[in-house]
Design a protein around this ligand. Structure first.
Ligand code: 5SP
Ligand code: FE2
Length: 223
């Protein structure tokens, strides 16, 4: 399986000092930047858009930016994020009328593509598009807010998604998002995840490096 990636969700960062926060968390050992985009329509919250992604690039951020779109529709905003420097662009299948077209659009624009599954959304959306997916993102909370508790049924879903990926032979990352912390990251890894989003668990503590180091120690002990 691919290397473990730790992806702090900047939703829990101090937005008044966002550039500094992103630099600090990367210097603390994070691998990629998880960028939550909410439209107050697909989810009941409103966050940040392509201008902020572009501003992070102008600020000197070179790490991959993992854009999690919680907007509907998705096709209109995908090119703007590609232009703004996104590395991954993932979206929820319910938010696109034509998921094959949206996935292809993301790749055609030079980004890595992904589908996101809410806790109640079945994995069957993957059936005919696995060859167009670089990332499967499983939500372990209902989307819209940071700081929620991990929903345990996500572990079984991770095992199912891991099997789908391994059986497919494609190179697809398996990301988990919601309620991830030092105390549960090991069993999440053991269920099949290789990319770990954590917002409040990292930005809610004063020492980002300690949290990330503790997470890596737990991952190293996973079976
Ligand atoms: O996409 C989302 C929420 O919709 C997430 O990326 C959260 O921002 C994760 O935050 P924590 O649960 O880790 O605090
Ligand atoms: Fe997210």
């Amino acid at each position: 399986m691919a290397d473990n990636l730790i992806a702090p969700s900047i939703l829990s960062a101090d937005f008044a000092r966002l550039g500094e926060e992103v630099v600090n968390v990367l210097n603390a050992g994070a691998d990629i930047v998880h960028f939550d985009v909410m439209d107050n329509h697909f989810v009941p919250n409103l966050t940040i858009g392509p201008l902020v992604c572009e501003a992070l690039r102008k600020h000197g951020v070179t790490a991959p930016i993992d854009v999690h779109l919680m907007v509907e529709p998705v096709d209109r905003i995908i090119p703007d994020f590609a232009q703004a420097g996104a590395s991954y662009i993932t979206f929820h299948p319910e938010a696109s009328r034509h998921i094959d077209r949206s996935l292809q659009m993301i790749r055609d624009l030079g980004c890595k593509s992904g589908l996101v599954f809410n806790p109640g959304t079945p994995l069957h959306y993957l059936e005919h598009v696995l060859d167009k997916v670089d990332m499967i993102l499983l939500m372990s909370v209902n989307p819209g807010f940071g700081g929620q508790s991990f929903i345990p049924s996500a572990l079984d879903k991770l095992r199912q998604a891991r099997k789908i990926i391994d059986d497919s032979g494609f190179d697809i990352r398996l990301e988990i998002d919601g309620g991830v912390n030092v105390g549960n990251i090991r069993e999440i890894k053991e269920a099949g995840a290789d990319t770990f989003v954590a917002g409040s668990a990292i930005f809610g503590k004063p020492d980002y490096k300690k949290v990330i180091d503790d997470m890596r120690a737990e991952l190293a002990n996973a079976k």
